[in-house]
Design a binder for this molecule. Structure first.
Ligand code: NDP
Length: 524
């Protein structure tokens, strides 16, 4: 082919060259029609788009070999005498040992919180409480680089997310609630907002520091004291937060942090002197907690799992929607309760969306979470990786087709490539159960009514996304979706002023905004 082209262009003038161009174009079209392997398709610029390594320097980060409990303003050894290991999921290296709190330690923490509530915090004016919250927010900002690195090392999330999303939001939550502390009468006009007392808070591993901020900041702003339990695999930054509380001069016992496994959480939930429980985690454990609290005077808010529908209508701006799909499911390795894990695509644009999605996922960089260019970091723990694998295998066994780019995964650590499953039906486990990993289940729909029906066909009701060119369609659809948060032409946007929470098996109660404040007050 090359030789014949050469011959024509050598022997003939301009007109013949046009013929050559046509022949070239025809050859290219034929080439495009061939099935090109996934890793060779468009958007794969090969070496041209290869980034040089840009790892965040963590040499100066000091992690103590052992972390104790934080009770009554001091770091104390657990009564159990036991410690468990905390690993870096990207390297499987041991980072530190974390104290295992038993029932006796939980009791000491609750007693310290009660004393602080009765003697200092509960009596303090809102204006004074606000000053402490401001101080904490400012110290968090000052230490944000160190905290972001620690969050990435401990949890496996990428540094660009912990640096640009988690930490700014952590500080924002403390600032926002500092502002409310002396203005509760304006938050609830005509009503008297009183604190509740001692609050027990149990948080998960997907946004360790951010979940701590979501819980602690509003509780303190409203005059409550706290006993917090971080997740077993991600306790380091919570203990660093305890140091920040000391540095801010927060009175002793106002926040107590007890580390441990599920049993430690259960001991908090069961403690008789807790006035309110706030839990974020799996629906399974949420149900157990609801049962243990039933019949007591304890107030309860539950922020549980989700299986959000991200709905793409055929009039959507497709390129933007692709970015929304990507951030909806691959942000934080998919360890996000509100992840857009079910993609509903209108049939007319299905081939285009799938093609663009295939192209786009192969450009995602998986690997060292401390590298500033990494898009997808490590899976938080080995059990979570096994859960993702098991669910994806079940999807394939049930008839779905798995699409994964070719990417080299590091030899050590817990990794899963960005993936999506097509041919998923509503009855498949991957359409119903939370995978909590970088895996998207793709389905189609024909009409807006069908989209709504499919979106609501889940036991969960935490979040959803709608992509369309028409504002009227957004309003119409959003009002029919049974989800606590619905994003339109965007996804995964968070702000402390905006309430967050679910319907159905995604829990009840709201965090953030005025509704979040109300959950930490008794209104009379
Ligand atoms: P869990 O619900 O088990 O954990 C959440 C928190 O509750 C952790 O601090 C955990 O401690 C604690 N806990 C565990 N058992 C009890 C109990 N009986 N009583 C009181 N507290 C308890 O979630 P997992 O970490 O096991 O994750 C499992 C699944 O949950 C994930 O795959 C995901 O689907 C979902 N999940 C949802 C989240 C969300 O934001 N909605 C967040 C995290 C998980 P410990 O970690 O030490 O076990």
């Amino acid at each position: 082919m090359k030789n014949s082209k050469k011959a024509i262009s050598k022997t003939n003038g301009r007109g013949k060259l046009q013929l050559v161009a046509k022949a070239d174009a025809a050859a290219k079209t034929a080439e495009h029609r061939k099935v090109v392997p996934l890793n060779e398709r468009r958007l794969n610029f090969g070496e041209k788009w290869k980034y040089a390594p840009a790892p965040e320097d963590n040499k100066y980060i000091k992690i103590a070999p052992r972390h104790e409990l934080f009770i009554d303003g001091k770091f104390v050894a657990p009564s159990t005498g036991k410690y468990f290991e905390s690993l870096n999921p990207a390297t499987e290296e041991k980072l530190t040992e974390i104290a295992l709190a038993g029932e006796q330690d939980v009791d000491l923490a609750v007693k310290a919180a009660r004393r602080a509530y009765d003697k200092t915090w509960g009596k303090m004016t809102g204006r004074e409480r606000g000053k402490y919250l401001y101080r904490i927010a400012r110290i968090i900002q000052e230490k944000s680089r160190e905290l972001a690195i620690l969050e990435t090392m401990d949890g496996g999330k990428t540094i660009k997310e912990s640096r640009d999303v988690d930490l700014p939001l952590v500080a924002a939550h403390f600032f926002y609630h500092a502002g409310w502390a002396d203005k509760l009468q304006y938050a609830f006009p005509g009503r008297n907002a009183q604190s509740l007392g001692v609050v027990g808070q149990i948080i998960p591993w997907n946004f360790p520091l951010l979940m701590a901020a979501w819980k602690i900041a509003p509780a303190l702003a409203c005059g409550n004291t706290v006993v917090l339990k971080p997740a077993e695999t991600t306790s380091i930054t919570a203990m660093r937060l305890a140091e920040i509380f000391q540095e801010a001069g927060l009175p002793e016992g106002v926040v107590n942090i007890v580390t441990g496994a599920g049993q430690t959480g259960a001991a908090i939930a069961a403690h008789a002197d807790i006035d309110k429980l706030a839990f974020t985690g799996s629906t399974e454990v949420g149900k157990m907690i609801a049962k243990s609290v039933a019949g007591t005077r304890k107030k309860l808010t539950l922020e549980l799992g989700g299986k959000a529908a991200n709905i793409i209508f055929d009039d959507a701006p497709i390129d933007q929607a692709i970015e929304g799909i990507i951030s909806g499911i691959y942000f934080n390795q998919g360890h996000v309760c509100c992840a857009g894990s079910r993609l509903l695509v209108q049939e007319g644009v299905f081939p285009t969306v799938i093609k663009k999605l295939r192209d786009r996922i192969q450009t995602l960089r998986v690997g060292n979470p401390l590298d500033k260019n990494t898009d997808i970091g490590a899976i938080n723990s080995k059990p979570q990786l096994e859960k993702i694998r098991e669910l994806v295998e079940s999807g394939v066994a049930e008839g779905a087709e798995l699409v994964q780019p070719k990417c080299e995964l590091p030899a050590k650590g817990y990794w899963y490539p960005p993936s999506f499953l097509t041919g998923v039906t509503a009855s498949h486990r991957v359409a119903q159960e939370e995978i909590f990993g970088p895996v998207l289940s793709v389905m189609t729909f024909r009409t807006p009514e069908e989209a709504v029906e499919r979106a609501n066909n889940t036991p969960y009701g935490l979040s959803a996304g709608v992509w369309t060119d028409k504002g009227s369609k957004i309003f119409k659809i959003v009002n029919k979706l049974r989800a606590g948060v619905v994003w339109a032409n965007t996804y995964n946007k968070f702000d402390p002023t905006s309430p967050f929470g679910g319907y159905k098996e995604s829990g009840f109660g709201r965090e953030g905004g005025l509704q979040g404040l109300a959950a930490y007050t008794r209104l009379s």
